[in-house]
Design a protein around this ligand. Structure first.
Ligand SMILES: C[S@@+](CC[C@H](N)C(=O)[O-])C[C@H]1O[C@@H](n2cnc3c(N)ncnc32)[C@H](O)[C@@H]1O
Length: 318
């Protein structure tokens, strides 16, 4: 039996379980979904997970099961991931990612950086999936900083997302270059990455899916060099109540529906919006970064589009 078979079996079982859940739910037409989504926009009132349990969207599940369920979601959405991102965010995710990378200014510009003997930056893009951040990093280093040495390792737990990334890399100048590497890895246990070896650790729209976010942040701290930067782009909390109520209606009604129509998968997109709602607020997440030992510059984050997303940063003390 191939190694793929157990994974496919598990994926089928998880998707069937999800379909059963949908089958029991009342039919939701788009025009009536606004009324029905009212009760679905906030997680159940059990914010603390019990021992051995965690949340998967609004569901409480055994910790051991979350990773498999998240895996099933991303295996299911991998091939339609880019199209869906564009539809769900009206293309705005591209602007956020551009801003994220521009702001980090990856690469060692030989004209402005005093020579330290090191060539380029060693970047780790965690939960890098289809390579969106990695390609931007390499483009920026090459064209803005004239740096042909900066390299990016894209690490992701999901082989299907990595396969999409490798496929997309074929359309870039980095496909067969030692500057780009894809590795299958769990962000919570990066044994293959040496201590203090990374200049920049990025994670975009990934960390809310991790079972133990604190472990992942601690691993980021371990692998970063002193002075290295942890940078996270993630959905966050909208800070205007009128905008927030409009945004929640859009996300809880339109996104699962678009998922159903375009990708034939309502449940995965229902999970995505629920996981956004579950993610800690800007201040809570800033404190988690601080607690792991990072220095947090300024207030610690920058809101994007009224707080729909936010960029958090931490610097490992030198
Ligand atoms: C929403 S996608 C983001 C992909 C990409 N960073 C982007 O911005 O388009 C989330 C990614 O997180 C990955 N992921 C989830 N849990 C993970 C974990 N524990 N370790 C590493 N990657 C994980 C998923 O496989 C998926 O590729």
């Amino acid at each position: 039996m191939s190694l793929q078979a157990p994974r496919q079996l598990l994926r089928r079982q998880l998707l069937q379980a999800g379909q059963k859940r949908v089958a029991r739910a009342p039919y939701r037409c788009f025009s009536c979904s606004v009324r029905q989504t009212q009760q679905q926009q906030t997680p159940p009132k059990t914010p603390q997970d019990g021992p051995g349990t965690t949340h998967f969207g609004f569901e409480t599940v055994a910790e051991a099961l979350k990773e498999q369920k998240v895996g099933a979601v991303f295996s299911s959405v991998a091939s339609s991931y880019d199209t869906m991102n564009d539809l769900m965010s009206l293309g705005i995710h591209r602007l956020w990612k551009d801003h994220f990378v521009r702001n980090l200014n990856p690469g060692r510009n030989p004209l402005t950086t005093p020579s330290s003997g090191e060539q380029g930056w060693n970047i780790l893009d965690i939960a890098g999936g289809t390579g969106d951040i990695a390609f931007r990093m390499l483009d920026h280093a090459s064209t803005i900083n004239n740096d042909a040495h900066t390299r990016v390792t894209v690490a992701d737990i999901n082989p299907d997302m990595l396969a999409e990334g490798r496929k997309r890399a074929l359309d870039t100048p980095y496909a067969r270059s030692p500057r780009l590497k894809f590795v299958e890895a769990n962000a919570e246990k990066l044994d293959m990455i040496a201590d203090s070896s990374i200049d920049l650790y990025t994670v975009a729209f990934g960390i809310r899916n991790f079972t133990h976010k604190e472990n992942a942040i601690r691993e980021a701290f371990r692998v970063l060099k002193p002075g290295g930067v942890f940078a996270c782009l993630e959905f966050s909390k909208v800070n205007n109540s009128v905008f927030d109520s409009f945004y929640k209606r859009w996300s809880f009604s339109a996104i699962p529906l678009i998922g159903q129509l375009v990708a034939g998968d309502r449940d995965s997109y229902q999970y995505l919006v629920e996981s956004i709602e579950r993610f800690p607020s800007q201040t809570e997440f800033r404190d988690m970064i601080n607690d792991a030992g990072f220095l947090v510059p300024g207030q610690g984050w920058e809101d994007l589009t009224g707080g729909i997303a936010a960029i958090h940063k931490g610097v490992k003390p030198a």
